[in-house]
Write a protein that binds this ligand. Structure first.
Ligand code: RUQ
Ligand code: CUA
Length: 657
């Protein structure tokens, strides 16, 4: 009894240590002499790498250059973006549709670049949404969100969107296990053990990137945290860390920290595919949205899917295995050879490294320690390659340099630690400022890391940048890892909260067929206007469609009359420019909407319902030429029921002499 009490005190204390974390003392003198020249990219010169960084609670993905740390772009993915009109224009609204209706925000944690033969290939980047579980695919020719698929039956899609070596699958899993969507979820919360399940989603990626939820594996109700695919020899397997194997439903900081070991769940997805082929899958009803952006019509559509194929992990005994892993594992990272599986227990004082060869052996020899909810538990020692001793406090995530080294972030002791994968010896440690979460080596989770730079994303920054009120900027720290010792080069602030990130040599993106503008001749938008002569205003009952064009530096039409209070007015604005980076903006006074930012050759639609009579100016919001300030127009709104006829013109509506 006393013992148990002491143990829970220990857990709570450790929990607090995690919460508070340490701040290293030598925070100013850590940079060496030549750091500035290593990150200096001269004006007009390009960076060597693209760095894609998750936005956390901003819901977006930002793009930086490395080594300069310069912010290049913020790509809207899961949150509305008034700057581009994403989520506001009629064309993009369906992208944010879900089985819960329109959802304007999410929490975006992890990114993974598409791969070919285990190498990043620069085609797409995938992003997860935690809150309303979804996976997005962003097209890196346009840097636009091309597709979003919702994942049914789960909560908190944290362990996502990790992909296999040829981009066969992108996965997701429940962080918050819940009763399946079609089960009666109206149950007492304390029936967690009986009614809550964890669902692992395997989303197939087609040749053109098309996403399709191929199957879900029904697993015990625990918290699935992170995952990574096998590589080379271990290709065909996926590894998911899980915690809360206590199956607590309240005060998890204490109740989910009781077990000495939780698990890494090894999933043989090739075997799962065989079962699916053999007809062992069960179709269950489920409602989830699949949203696609059509480049030709420049319009998104949202489809609600009705069922999903499932496999039960406890019935099919040879697709899932539990590997015991100390103290609430968080990161689950596989080295470039595919042989070593690194589990980072947030509360553990060591880092266990498992061997895939030993794991397979242990499975073949049935070296099990019973089962967990019907899933065989492999003996810890049987799968263990070894433990990194005294690595630091609070290990979270590990990346690799392709030269036999691993780098692990330590949240509590605020450092990054370099160690050798084979002999597990610690080689170097450097302070980070402060409390790092993820880290990223370009290609560092693939078979081919580009081991020159490493970026550590910090959770807590305190005194790194100028103060900005109660909320401070989050920070990324760039290290040179080309030598034996890591060297801190640069701090730069990031947007939202950075979680995982990806990096890729710039030429892989520059040479992937970057789109410079949309060809006006190929614009198949339903309301495209391909020349000024085709502009018109059409009333259909209380709906008014305005077919508008813009080109430096005027809109056509720019005088519109005959609109009435309460009309649903649709401005379908086509940008006639055929040159790189000549967008025009469109905004109208009083619209409870955002602007449109229309790329060359593109058509976008703003819906506006005028509530008062009067004259409403509209204008271009993007400085596009010396006569940008002249790029404007007027709409006259008359009372409901008025008989002012629809008229529209550009350059001809002149005062009567
Ligand atoms: S994680 S809190 Cu990727 Cu370390 Cu989300
Ligand atoms: Cu078009 Cu300013």
């Amino acid at each position: 009894m006393k013992n148990k009490f002491l143990k829970s005190i220990f857990v709570v204390t450790l929990g607090c240590a995690l919460f508070v974390s340490c701040k290293p003392k030598d925070s100013t003198d850590a940079v060496e002499g030549d750091a500035a020249s290593k990150v200096y990219v001269a004006p007009g010169k390009y960076d060597e790498f693209y760095n894609f960084v998750s936005g956390g609670f901003s819901g977006q993905v930002s793009v930086y250059g490395l080594p300069s740390g310069r912010l290049l772009r913020v790509m809207p993915v899961f949150s509305e973006d008034p700057q581009s009109g994403y989520g506001y224009s009629e064309e993009t609204k369906p992208m944010l549709n879900t089985s819960h209706g329109y959802v304007p925000w999410d929490d975006q944690h992890h990114l993974d670049l598409s791969q070919t033969n285990g190498e990043v290939d620069g085609r797409w980047i995938f992003a997860n949404a935690n809150n309303t579980p979804r996976i997005a695919r962003i097209d890196l020719k346009t840097f636009k969100t091309a597709e979003i698929i919702e994942l049914p039956n789960c909560g908190g899609n944290h362990s996502s969107p990790f992909i296999t070596q040829n981009t066969e699958y992108v996965v997701g899993a429940s962080r918050f296990s819940v009763p399946a969507d079609n089960d009666d979820g109206d149950v007492p919360i304390n029936t967690y053990k009986k009614n809550f399940k964890g669902y692992l989603s395997f989303v197939k990626v087609g040749k053109e990137g098309e996403l399709d939820l191929a199957f879900q594996i029904v697993a015990p109700g625990v918290n699935f945290d992170l995952s990574h695919p096998g590589k080379k020899e271990s290709h065909g397997w996926f590894f998911f860390s899980c915690y809360n194997t206590e199956q607590a439903n309240t005060l998890l900081e204490v109740n989910a920290s009781k077990n000495d070991k939780d698990f890494i769940m090894a999933v043989n997805w090739k075997k799962a595919e065989e079962y699916i082929k053999a007809g062992k899958g069960k179709r269950i009803p489920a409602k989830y949205a699949h949203n696609t952006w059509d480049e030709k019509t420049q319009t998104a559509k949202s489809e609600i899917k009705k069922e999903v194929l499932t496999l039960d992990a406890s019935e099919l005994k040879d697709i899932c295995y539990m590997i015991p892993c100390p103290k609430s594992p968080h990161g689950c990272d596989i080295d470039p050879t595919g042989e070593y599986i690194v589990g980072s227990g947030k509360l553990a004082a060591l880092i266990p490294v498992f061997s895939f060869t030993k794991l397979k052996d242990a499975i073949a020899k049935k070296q099990f320690d019973g089962n967990y909810a019907g899933i065989p538990v492999v003996k810890y020692e049987a799968a263990l390659h070894g433990e990194v001793q005294k690595p630091g406090l609070g290990p979270l995530h590990t990346e690799f340099d392709g030269k036999g080294n691993a780098y692990t972030t330590m949240f509590v002791s605020s450092e990054v630690v370099k160690w050798n994968i084979k002999d597990l010896k610690v080689l170097d440690r450097k302070a980070t400022y402060y409390s790092p979460g993820h880290l990223m080596v370009p290609g560092g989770n693939t078979e081919k890391p580009f081991g020159k730079y490493m970026v550590v994303y910090n959770k807590i920054t305190k005194d790194r940048f100028l103060p900005t009120g109660p909320e401070l900027a989050q920070s990324a720290q760039l290290f040179d890892i080309s030598g034996d010792k890591m060297k801190l080069l640069l701090d730069y602030p990031t947007i939202g909260e950075p979680h995982y990130a990806q990096g890729i040599p710039a030429e892989k993106i520059i040479n992937n067929g970057q789109l410079k503008y949309y060809k006006i001749a190929e614009n198949n938008h339903a309301y495209a206007t391909k020349g000024e002569k085709e502009t018109k205003v059409v009333r259909e009952g209380n709906k008014v469609h305005i077919y508008m064009t813009c080109i430096r530096s005027h809109f056509a039409p720019d005088n519109i009359e005959g609109i009435r209070v309460g009309d649903e007015v649709y401005f379908h604005v086509t940008n006639l420019e055929q040159d790189w980076d000549v967008p025009h903006g469109f905004a109208i006074k009083g619209a409870n909407n955002a602007e449109l930012l229309i790329m060359p050759g593109e058509t976008l639609t703003l819906k506006w319902v005028p509530e008062k009579k009067g004259i409403f100016p509209f204008y271009c919001t993007d400085f596009c030429s010396a006569l940008h300030q002249e790029m404007q127009g007027y709409v006259r709104v008359s009372p409901a029921g008025s008989n002012v006829p629809i008229t529209y013109s550009v350059g001809t509506n002149l005062p009567k002499e």
